[in-house]
Design a binder for this molecule. Structure first.
Ligand code: GLN
Length: 541
C-alpha cells in the first residue's frame, strides 16, 4: 500500500512549504524508499506557463515538457531525480478534465458538482502519479494557505483520502509561521493556533506541525502549539532559518522527523544515509574563492524568477570552491545608457549571465551590456533569450548586419538572425505550445562545450519559440562564433550552443541547463563557467 503525506500551509504563503516538503521527501528517500512529491496549485491556469514570473517566480520545465511551479524544481533537486509534468496538479487541469468528461457525456444524467466529481478527479490525478511511478511514499503539497476559497476542494479531497486509504497510510503535515516580536524577542504562536483551527474546521487534524521561525523554536512555544493543535509535543518541529536551504533536511532529521513519520505510517525505520548530502552542504559552505557575477535580466526584482539558475550556481559552487556574489542588473535601466556608463556598472565584475526572458522590454539594454562584455573578454554565459541576444549583438557589431534582430522583438526586421521555429508558425493557442522539455544535443568535438560536458550527446531542457536562423550560420562561423551544439527534431537542425573561439568564455545556449542541475549532480556547463572564471581570476591576481 502506498503511503500519502499531505502538506498544508498556514498563516502566510511563501514561508518555505516547498522546501519543507522537498526535505521530508528527501529524508524518506534516504531511508531507502521510493518517494515522489506532487504540488497542487489552486489557480485556474492549466499550468504555470502562461503566468508572469513576477507573480509566482520562475516557470520550471520538466523533462517531459511540463511548465510547472517552481516547487517541482525544489523536489527534483532534493530528490535528485527527474519528475513529470503530472507531479504538478492545478485547478485548471482538474476543471478542464471534469468539463471535458461532462461534454463527452461521461456523467450522463448526473448533476456535476464539486463533491464528488471535482474531488474524485483530484484524488484520481494524485493516485495516477503514485501508481505510474510505483512509489512507496508520495508527498502532496497543497499550495496556498488554509482558509483560501481556492484550496477548499483540494483539502476536501485529501480529507476523504484519509478515510479511504486508512489512518496508517496517510499523514498530515501543517507548515505555519511563528513570528518573533522585535521588541520582546518573543515567539508568537497565535497565528499557528488559528491556522490549525481553520484546518480542523475543514475536518483535518494535522499529525505534525512544522513551525517556520527565525530562531529555533523555544520550549514554551512548542508546548503551546502542541496543546492547541492537539499533537504530541515531539511532533511539533522547529524549521528555523538556516544559511542555505539544503540544510533544512538536516535540521528536520536532528529532530527525528523521518522516525516520527515512520512510526505513524507503520514504515520500517532505517537510518537515512545523509553522508553525501552533508558533504555537499559542507563543500558549499566552505566555498571561498570570491567572484562577482552580473546577473542581467528584467525580472531582477523578484529573485525567484531565476531560482533554478541561482541554485545551479550553488551546485557548481560546491564543486569548484568558487563563491559567486550576484549583482543583479535590471536590463531596462541600461537601455538609455551609453557604453561608457554601462562599463561603469559592470567593468569590475568577473563574469556575467545574460538571463532568459521574453519580449522587448530591456532587450536593447542587454545587447549593449553584451557588447561591453564581449569586447572586454569578460566571461559571459547566455541562457535561452540571453543567448539569442548574444547572437543579435554579434551580428550587428561584428558581422555588420545593422538591422539584425529577433522576429520576436521586431517582426519586420530585414535581418532575422533569430527567427520563429518552423513548428511555431501556425500556432493559435499560446498555452503549452512552445518547444518544451528535454532534447538530445550533439556537441562538437574539441569545442569548449565538449570540454565542459565531456561527451558527444547530452540532454538539456527547453522552453522557446524562436531559434538562431540557419541562413546566417556561415557568416557567424567565418567570424569565429561557432556552433558547438546542435539538435535534430521536427524543427530540423536547431542551434543549441554557440561559442566565440577567441574569448575565454563567451558561450550561449538555447537550452536551460539550470533545470537539470542537482546538488549531487551539478550542471557541467555551470561548473565549467565557474572554473573558467576562477582560472582567469587566478591568473590576474
Ligand atoms: N523569448 C525567447 C523564445 O521564445 C526565449 C525564451 C526563454 O528565454 N525561455 O525563443
Amino acid at each position: 500500500m502506498p503511503k500519502y503525506i499531505f502538506v498544508t500551509g498556514g498563516v502566510l504563503s511563501g514561508v518555505g512549504k516547498g522546501v519543507t516538503t522537498a526535505s521530508i521527501a528527501m529524508l524518506l528517500q534516504s531511508m531507502g524508499y521510493n518517494v515522489t512529491a506532487i504540488k497542487i496549485d489552486p489557480y485556474i491556469n492549466v499550468d504555470a506557463g502562461t503566468m508572469n514570473p513576477y507573480a509566482h517566480g520562475e516557470v520550471f520545465v520538466t523533462d517531459d515538457g511540463g511548465e510547472t511551479d517552481l516547487d517541482i524544481g525544489h523536489y527534483e533537486r532534493f530528490l535528485g531525480k527527474n519528475l513529470s509534468k503530472k507531479n504538478n496538479i492545478t485547478t485548471g487541469q482538474v476543471f478542464l478534465s471534469v468539463i471535458t468528461k461532462e461534454r463527452k457525456g461521461e456523467y450522463l444524467g448526473q448533476t456535476v458538482q464539486i463533491i464528488p466529481h471535482v474531488t474524485n478527479e483530484i484524488k484520481s490525478l494524485i493516485r495516477e502519479v503514485v501508481k505510474e511511478d510505483n512509489v512507496d511514499i508520495a508527498l502532496i503539497e497543497i499550495g496556498g494557505t488554509v482558509g483560501d476559497i481556492e484550496s477548499l476542494p483540494f483539502l476536501e479531497a485529501v480529507r476523504q483520502m484519509r478515510l479511504e486509504e486508512g489512518i496508517s497510510n496517510t499523514f498530515f503535515v501543517h507548515v505555519a509561521l511563528t513570528p518573533t516580536l522585535k521588541a520582546t524577542g518573543e515567539q508568537k504562536t497565535k497565528p499557528v493556533q488559528h491556522s490549525v483551527q481553520e484546518l480542523r474546521r475543514i475536518g483535518i487534524q494535522p499529525d505534525m506541525i512544522v513551525v517556520r521561525c527565525e530562531k529555533p523554536l523555544v520550549d514554551e512555544a512548542r508546548r503551546k502549539i502542541a496543546l492547541y493543535s492537539n499533537v504530541p509535543i515531539e511532533y511539533v518541529i522547529s524549521n528555523h532559518d538556516v544559511e542555505i536551504i539544503y540544510e533544512v533536511p538536516l535540521i528536520l532529521h536532528e529532530q527525528g522527523v523521518p522516525k516520527l513519520i515512520a512510526q505513524k505510517l507503520e514504515l520500517d525505520y532505517r537510518e537515512p544515509d545523509l553522508s553525501k548530502w552533508i558533504d555537499f552542504v559542507n563543500r558549499l559552505k566552505k566555498a571561498k574563492i570570491d567572484i562577482t557575477i552580473a546577473m542581467i535580466g528584467k525580472y531582477t526584482k523578484l529573485r525567484d524568477s531565476y531560482l533554478s539558475i541561482i541554485e545551479a550556481l550553488k551546485h557548481a559552487s560546491a564543486t569548484t570552491g568558487v563563491k559567486p556574489h550576484l549583482r543583479w542588473i535590471e536590463s531596462s535601466e541600461l537601455e538609455d545608457l551609453d557604453i561608457k556608463e554601462i562599463g561603469k556598472q559592470i567593468a569590475d565584475v568577473d563574469a556575467a549571465i545574460i538571463l532568459p526572458g521574453f519580449g522587448k522590454r530591456g532587450a536593447e539594454g542587454k545587447i549593449k551590456a553584451i557588447k561591453y562584455l564581449r569586447e572586454n573578454d569578460i566571461p559571459t554565459f547566455g541562457i535561452c533569450f540571453g543567448f539569442q541576444l548574444m547572437v543579435i549583438e554579434f551580428a550587428r557589431n561584428v558581422i555588420g548586419l545593422k538591422d539584425a534582430n529577433s522576429v520576436e522583438l521586431d517582426p519586420s526586421t530585414h535581418q532575422p538572425v533569430v527567427d520563429l521555429l518552423p513548428s511555431q508558425r501556425n500556432i493559435g493557442f499560446l498555452g503549452g505550445t512552445m518547444r518544451l522539455g528535454a532534447r538530445a544535443i550533439k556537441l562538437l568535438k574539441g569545442s569548449y562545450v565538449y570540454k565542459a560536458y565531456g561527451k558527444d550527446i547530452i540532454i538539456e531542457r527547453h522552453r522557446h519559440r524562436y531559434t538562431v536562423n540557419m541562413k546566417y550560420i556561415d557568416l557567424f562561423e567565418s567570424c569565429g562564433f561557432r556552433i558547438s551544439g546542435i539538435s535534430e527534431d521536427k524543427d530540423g537542425d536547431v542551434v543549441e550552443f554557440m561559442e566565440l573561439v577567441s574569448n575565454k568564455f563567451f558561450i550561449g545556449t538555447q537550452a536551460h541547463p539550470e533545470f537539470r542541475s542537482k546538488p549531487l549532480d551539478p550542471s557541467p556547463i555551470f561548473v565549467f563557467f565557474l572554473e573558467t572564471v576562477m582560472n582567469y581570476k587566478g591568473r590576474q591576481s
